[in-house]
Design a protein around this ligand. Sequence first.
Ligand SMILES: C[S@@+](CC[C@H](N)C(=O)[O-])C[C@H]1O[C@@H](n2cnc3c(N)ncnc32)[C@H](O)[C@@H]1O
Ligand code: SF4
Ligand code: SF4
Length: 382
Amino acid sequence: MATGRKLLAKLYAGLPRPAQLRIARAYAGRKERRLARIETPTTVILYVTQRCNARCAHCFYWKELGAKAPELSLDELRTLARSFRHPISLSITGGEPTLRTDLFEVAQAFHELNGCREIKIATNGMLPDRIVDTCRRVLSELGVESLGVQVSIDGPEETHNEVRGVPAFEPAMESARRLKELAEADARFSVHIACCIQKKNIDVLPEFVESLIPLRIPLQFGLIRGESFGTWNLPAGSSSGIDPRDPESPLVPVDRLESFFEWLQARSEESEYPFWSPMQQAKIDLSLRMLRRPTKCMACHAGVIDGVVYANGDVALCELTEPVGNLHDYDLDIARLWSSPAAEEMRAKIRSCFCIHGCNLVTGLMFRPEFIRDAVIQKAKS
Ligand SMILES: C[S@@+](CC[C@H](N)C(=O)[O-])C[C@H]1O[C@@H](n2cnc3c(N)ncnc32)[C@H](O)[C@@H]1O
Ligand code: SF4
Ligand code: SF4
């Protein structure tokens, strides 16, 4: 059954192109005007744990994994959920979120106490029953408008297991297949496979993509990043220092990336099931442009729309910048922390930096009329 949003998207997709662009421009203008009234972030990356059952070579969070600092408890997350001034779009991550046995209750807390209606979960898919059961419960017990899961798979079996440092491929594929069945049964739910491109997997990606096409699951590609590559103009003292264990070797040369993405786009377009969306293409186009010629080409809304809450209660404007405070020092009140002098100071510092962080790029793209148009049309088709 189509949701209200999907019906609207379908109506929009049927309009002539000039009308579509007029509506998209009006929507972007309204978003711009609303920026000044945003008091707390509306797109939040929430790290629910610093535990993980994998050991990925490329993970930017590797220093935190296994840290003894206590994670925000369910009660603390409930207090946090209440403290936002606006309903949020929640992206749950970690560590591995499914290691938290109260993952459903975390989603429930944000839905019921914050009014959040859009939830995304990033998982390595190593615990298929946990992720599938959590999603079933969210869909049947909460009135969310959309729930999306990204299952990380970085290549064919041997490559993926090497990158992840554990035999993760089989359970991740099982998760992806079972979640796809769920997506076919409920229009509010979607799943995609996320692949982090790095030197270890670039050569085997075409073969990997071919093996996934029959599954009819959308694919997303991210470029490996850190604070020392794929990030520019961060003022001294503001960087979070996140880099993979080996910061130099994993980034694939830009020529090689360009030829892979040219192939990918052609392959997706000729496929009966276009698995790589225009939104994803726009994100990669921007990243390649920055890697080819490092210049800021779009506003970043980290610190206004986008925000990050770490498992220990630290809050950052983005993952690349160092935390501006810890929620425990603000009675778990994000509104107070978000308007603190430390947050204001960091906001002022990050005016000229730019980076290839996919989440922040997508937020920025949602202010571009052409992109908005493509995104809605894609929603209508999905
Ligand atoms: C940090 S993980 C957390 C969720 C879960 N453990 C997982 O692996 O999906 C979220 C996503 O970030 C990606 N990632 C990790 N380190 C990265 C890096 N240095 N650059 C780009 N993406 C990275 C992972 O591959 C994964 O798709
Ligand atoms: S990328 Fe995800 S699965 Fe891999 S080590 Fe980091 S948190 Fe764990
Ligand atoms: S461009 Fe945005 S996401 Fe990237 S480092 Fe700067 S503030 Fe952070």
